[in-house]
Ligand binder design. Sequence first.
Ligand SMILES: [Zn+2]
Length: 388
Amino acid sequence: MTEAAQLRHLRFTDRALRAVIAAPYALFVPTLMTVDHYGDSPLHPAGELLLGLGAVTVICVAIFAFLIREWAAWSYEYRHGRQLRSPIDWDHRWNDVRRVLEKSGLDIDTVAAYSVFRAHFNLETLHPPGRSLGMLGVMADWGARHNQKLIVTGATAGVAIAVAGEVWPGWYDRPQFWIGVGVVTAVIMPFAVWNGWSQYRMNARRPESVVLIPTQWRSRLRGDTPTATAVFLHEVSHVRHHDVSRRRIVAMYAHFAQFGAFLDAGMAFTVRGSEGPLFALFLIMAVSGILAVRRARTVLRLVEELRADAEACTDEPTRKAMHHFLDGLPTPTRQTALRSRVLTTPWKLSYLFPALRVTALMTLGNAVPLITIFTLLWTGTVSPAPDL
Ligand SMILES: [Zn+2]
């Protein structure tokens, strides 16, 4: 099969794996609808759908808020970390590096590159998160600097509120308090939305990716050097696809998706039946969902590596050189072994078997049982659990 087909398969697999991580969020909608439908005061089904969609949106936005906090911390650390590096101005000393980049069809202006002084040759891709403009950025930095104190203050305030509730029961149960809360929210909301939107644009939709190039590469890429070229272009592929920034986003959503899969598995208890089989079904759904999300994250990495190899090694000499480089690594892993095999044999769909297994696990172990329960319940084929 051709290289174009390989890249197409990898792109499709990448989407499928991201869908596995998104599945627990999507399946939380029918779960919430069912819980409300058979609860004490059910809404109209359309209202239940809106409730489910709204709740999932709020959850996703809340997770995004965590991400913004992490970005602020990384951004601060990146700007204040004491690593020696300077932007590359592409003067004549960098001609050999530049030639390799341009030969692979890259626009030099679109690749942000920094030179570093270090003893080893390793290239490194970085995503220094952007900082919001003006006052919000200053506040984000302040928050990153005083993170520890803010956590302690938050915890203390939580305890104080709990104590106040005990000492003066119903202290919040007066209009003045709620008007105050409303005013504060109305004032803060536009800033939060604006900050969230600019953070999304800067760090998720169009993140900045930087490649740190040790100065040794200037001489390393001189002349005919297939291995160095392959390794170099492999890293550049990660930079162009913003893999580092994407991994952080995926990690955050995958983290909470595991908990979501666990909650979704609770759908097993919404039907009337004997406890044993229902508990077994719950276990199957929970374990399949959690495992699928965890593995999807790992396999996504493999897909990124395979894509980077495919983009870097477009001719036989570079493919061979990369193959030898991978085989010569001091710590070979199953992933590098597979990458090495892919480089030397014609592309086969069976290489993507780990991804297929992950997708099947989520589909058959979690999504299909959940949707089946939902359909059977809502069509009245099975009766709901009495205490739902
Ligand atoms: Zn890589």
